[in-house]
Design a protein around this ligand. Structure first.
Ligand code: KG4
Ligand code: ZN
Length: 344
């Protein structure tokens, strides 16, 4: 068989506190390499400080791109196109990324695509699983978003449900902060939960209504109230129990929405595949709970490896390649959109 020609795309991501770049070969669906700088300076503040984040991106982006090109040995002229996150996210960080990407695009004379961060999270499973076909259901859970979406094509997204207040990741991060875990706290909560008892802390299962929307601020308040009413210094056992109970409540809330979805799905509509994506989808406990749920409906459940669930440049590069393939024209004439819904 003749060698398939590589089609290499560069992705640039600066929407929050991770500065990330990656090179993806779209024809073989391979990530050649990704480089991420995780900004630790936000730790002291317990959350992302926008001004610090944009300064960090400006400082690290040029170095990261050089490292990426040097370590992959990819020549600049071998890059077919570039994707950059234009929103949603923190305005300052987006501006730094977009200005940088426009500069690279001009100097290399390569086409540039503006990428929606949420669409990129929902499409990256296609980079990881060649069998994933449109349309599929995407459950996108990150630090700022909870979305229940049907992905019809690289440019068509139907939003069926969304977060009404705190996202699941935000809820975990805020409770983690109170427990003294480092930011973001999702991974630390998952680790602690492994040693806890999920039935030990009575927390409400959020949003047991018939909608496909999510709400995690009530769960957050209930967990914070439980902490306030407990002794001043919590034992590790109690922290672990709270983390396990929290994960359980989040898992059951998502399962209820999946059940709602299948309850209302007309009989003639057959959904074959579903994906779990966004930073919270790194959580193995939640992956297992959702897998069991989708097994009941005989739907194939696919979740990218954690490094492509949390923010990364590969999903942005992949998104640029998919836009290119469906004929979306590249453009230099776009601005950042701090707010930019997945379905436009
Ligand atoms: O997609 P992402 O990297 O950034 C945003 O677009 O927001 O998601 C970050 C979120 C954070 O809230 C973080 O605590 C959560 O993903 N997260 C996790 C895990 N790893 C990261 N949540 C639960 N379990 C994890 N293992
Ligand atoms: Zn994200």
């Amino acid at each position: 068989m003749a060698n398939v020609k590589s089609r290499i795309f560069l992705g640039i991501e600066t929407s929050c506190d991770d500065t990330a770049v990656a090179l993806v070969d779209a024809s073989s669906r391979t990530v050649l390499r990704q480089c991420i700088h995780q900004q630790m300076e936000h730790q002291a503040f317990g959350g992302v400080v926008p001004d610090l984040a944009s300064r960090g991106h400006a400082k690290h982006l040029p170095k990261l791109l050089n490292t990426l090109l040097r370590e992959t040995g990819v020549a600049k002229e071998d890059i077919e196109g570039i994707g950059v996150t234009a929103g949603p996210g923190l305005a300052g960080g987006l501006l730094v990324g977009v200005m940088f990407a426009k500069g690279v695009s001009i100097s290399l004379q390569k086409p540039l695509w503006a990428v929606n961060h949420l669409q990129a999270h929902s499409l990256v499973p296609r980079l990881c699983f060649s069998q994933l076909e449109f349309p599929y259901l995407a459950l996108l859970f990150s630090g700022g978003h909870c979305e229940f979406v049907i992905v019809h094509s690289p440019i068509e997204f139907y939003l069926l449900g969304y977060g009404l207040d705190d996202a699941a990741g935000e809820c975990l991060d805020k409770i983690g902060r109170r427990l003294g875990f480092s930011f973001p706290a999702g991974a630390a909560i998952e680790a602690a939960a492994k040693m806890g008892d999920a039935s030990a802390v009575p927390l409400p299962i959020p949003m047991r209504d018939r909608s496909l929307n999510f709400s995690f601020s009530g769960l957050k308040s209930a967990a914070l109230r439980w902490i306030n009413e407990s002794e001043k210094v919590l034992s590790f056992e109690k922290k672990a129990n709270l983390c396990a109970s929290l994960q359980y409540a989040i898992g059951q809330s998502i399962v209820k929405k999946i059940d709602n979805f299948f309850d209302t799905l007309p009989e003639h509509v057959k959904l074959k595949q579903a994906v779990f994506c966004g930073g919270v989808a790194s959580n193995q406990y939640l992956r297992d709970v959702l897998k069991t749920c989708f097994d009941r409906y005989e739907v194939e459940f696919l979740t990218p490896p954690p490094k492509y669930c949390t923010d990364n440049g590969a999903m942005i590069a992949w998104n640029a390649s998919e836009k290119c393939d469906v004929g979306v024209p590249p453009s230099m004439n776009f601005s950042i959109k701090a707010r930019w819904p997945i379905s436009v």
